[in-house]
Design a protein around this ligand. Sequence first.
Ligand code: 5MM
Length: 342
Amino acid sequence: MMERLEDIAHALIAEGKGILAADESPNTIKKRFNAIRLESTEENRRNYREMLFSTKEAMRKYISGVILHDETIRQKVSDGSMLTDILKAVGSLSGIKVDLGSKLLAAFPGETITEGLDGLRGRLREYYELGARFAKWRAVIAIDRTHLPTRGAIRQNAHALARYAALCQEAGIVPIIEPEVLMDGNPGNHSIDRCYDVTRCVLEQVFAALGEARVKFKGMLLKPNMVIDGENARHASVEEVAEKTLHCLKETVPAAVPGIVFLSGGQSDEEATAHLSAMNSLGPLPWALTFSYGRALQAAAMAAWGGKKENIAVGQHAFSHRARMNYLAALGKWSQQQEKAA
Ligand code: 5MM
């Protein structure tokens, strides 16, 4: 059985494979289901996730692990087995979102702090028993053209990420550290250079806090945003995003970290794939670069499924396609031709 933190981390980033982030909290999944006019009931959430997890080709070949919500890790399918048994059967690792969401940070207007440290040691013990071998904690960093984020908010979020990561490693669970500088945030009109400066400052603070908390870099993964201009001011080319993101990561992320698993953060499906592939084609790199996408892996599949049993196969086909495209991108081998050939 794979129990060393390093082995788990390596399995998550092996040979072009990446992570499916399917840990939407009730609020988030409700918004996604609203778009396909589906009520967010426990049964619909289970059916949706069962549809994804039983996509055999995608799960076996391209997805190394799935980040689950607390509800999902405890959920059973109709024959009484656990949803996580489907993951085990295809050799995919179970991960768990352990943060309790971002809340307004007192004295810092417009900024948030992620909660969930109280009682975390006990929750991690339980999640380990339930089969989780990796976890995720997302810090949300607001960005604008001039004032946000503040150093105070960055440091407080970095501190929380570090305490979370040390507790995970103590429990035998690989922490995914997700400091997300919002790409689709309001007003979303900042330049790519502003995103570079903010991301660099955030990653510097995060790695300083991780070092102080004695987190083992070899037994963790980083889930960052890409360096990109705000959603309402998109000008940068694929090459510029790839170069600036890599430059920023090389300046801040120690080579001992085995892998970087990006979030997609409001990029279109194809943008998220193209950027990842462009970065990997600029190797060799000190760490593996792959994906831990939520929206960019799921959006097409969810729309094709639409909550209907008879659409399960088309939903799975759409999911398999995106998973394969991102697998190719993680190997630096994605192209427009492959996108269209499918
Ligand atoms: C799947 O969404 C995750 C949970 O989000 P909420 O706590 O807001 O419900 C989220 O953390 C996600 O993993 C990251 O934002 C990356 O997902 P994207 O969609 O940006 O790739």
